[in-house]
Write a protein that binds this ligand. Structure first.
Ligand code: UDP
Length: 265
């Protein structure tokens, strides 16, 4: 569990952190004894959590959960505890790589279609001085090959493992296999490799600023994304409002009234 202050959203403790403090926490996790699992959650992730208790258990087992995108920021605001920064993967993951480069931590990229992680690695190695990417592997393999994949990562000597298999696969994979990879830190990064390799185009900066990156992704892949965004965004907001209403009432159970599930104020 993170030492950073956090807010509970749909049953998941999300860190409330500036990028600098989140990076310090990542360094602490890297250096401690046990391997650490870092997740990014957005509205889509938390919708999946709301529909699947086993996925919630996976996310609550993470050592650090970071907010990804404006939907979660809105949720925190609605719950009365704004988050200080949007730590979405495209902004934050390069910072983790810069930290890895500065400390000499070797990095492995697992995920995306064949060739994509390799291209992302090539571009990032050019952009981040001293970055050591010690291996890449695509994300299309059956669970029976988990052992073989974990052994490949272990043999590479990676300390940091970026896993881009999408939700919920990447978190399930990390919860199941991180220990076997020998990596100190496993981070779920979603479509990060696609964005870095240029196989999925990023939204223009003004759209990101307005929290409209999802409109761009919907336009690129309407068939796959309509449920995630057109149904998912209002559903997420409704779930958060419903949770706020529920938590606002006195409940002698898990939490005291007014606690609203927030910690570390
Ligand atoms: N992916 C993968 N293996 C799978 C399914 C998905 O490697 O079995 C990859 C996919 O190619 C993409 C990433 O997982 O690079 C995340 O996909 P998505 O667009 O859903 O990401 P998100 O928007 O959740 O970050």
């Amino acid at each position: 569990v993170t030492r950073l202050p956090s807010i509970e959203i749909l049953g998941v403790e999300v860190a409330r952190s500036e990028p600098g403090a989140a990076l310090e926490e990542i360094e602490r996790l890297y250096l401690r004894d046990a391997p650490a699992f870092v997740a990014h959650v957005n509205a889509h992730t938390l919708n999946l959590v709301a529909e699947d208790d086993s996925y919630r258990s996976v996310l609550t087992s993470a050592d650090l959960v970071l907010n990804d995108g404006k939907g979660v920021m809105l949720a925190a605001l609605v719950k009365g505890t704004p988050l200080p920064a949007d730590l979405n993967g495209n902004f934050f993951s390069p910072k983790v790589l810069e930290l890895a480069a500065a400390r000499g931590w070797p990095v492995f990229f697992l995920g995306a279609a064949p060739g994509v992680a390799a291209e992302a690695a090539r571009r990032l190695a050019g952009a981040v001085p001293n970055l050591r990417i010690v291996g890449v592997r695509d994300g299309y393999f059956d669970a029976e090959r988990d052992g073989e994949v974990a052994a490949e990562i272990r043999d590479s000597g990676a300390g940091v493992l970026f896993v881009g298999l999408g939700n919920p696969l990447q978190e399930r994979w990390l919860a199941r296999c991180l220990g076997a990879t020998g990596a100190r830190l496993g981070v779920g990064v979603g479509a990060f490799f696609d964005f870095q390799a240029g196989t999925v185009q990023r939204a223009p900066a003004w759209m990101n600023r307005l929290g409209l990156e999802w409109v761009h992704r919907l336009a690129l892949e309407p068939r796959r994304m309509w449920r995630r965004y057109v149904v998912g965004n209002p559903l997420f907001l409704w779930r958060v409002l419903e949770e706020r209403g529920r938590r606002g009432k006195p409940s002698p159970g898990r939490e005291r009234a007014g606690g609203a599930g927030e910690r570390g104020r």
